[in-house]
Ligand binder design. Structure first.
Ligand SMILES: [Zn+2]
Length: 69
């Protein structure tokens, strides 16, 4: 099960992007918030929304199944 994190800073001022910790497109350390382990990107995005990141969206590269934006 992959470990996920979210970018606390919105991409294009619209989305908080969710990544696996092994993604090549991770945000700066200061902007990372650890989401823990999840089954897949959809699960990680749903969790992020539950904890307050209502504009969470999957990264195009590592969470394509959850990428909407
Ligand atoms: Zn990513």
């Amino acid at each position: 099960m992959p470990n996920y994190l979210i970018n606390k800073e919105k991409t294009d001022g619209r989305y908080n992007e969710v990544h696996t910790t092994t993604c090549n497109h991770l945000p700066e350390y200061a902007n990372r918030y650890d989401l823990g382990f999840h089954l897949n990107g959809n699960d990680a995005v749903a969790y992020a929304k539950r904890i307050g990141f209502t504009d969470a969206d999957g990264c195009y590269y590592c969470c394509s199944e959850a990428h909407k934006g």
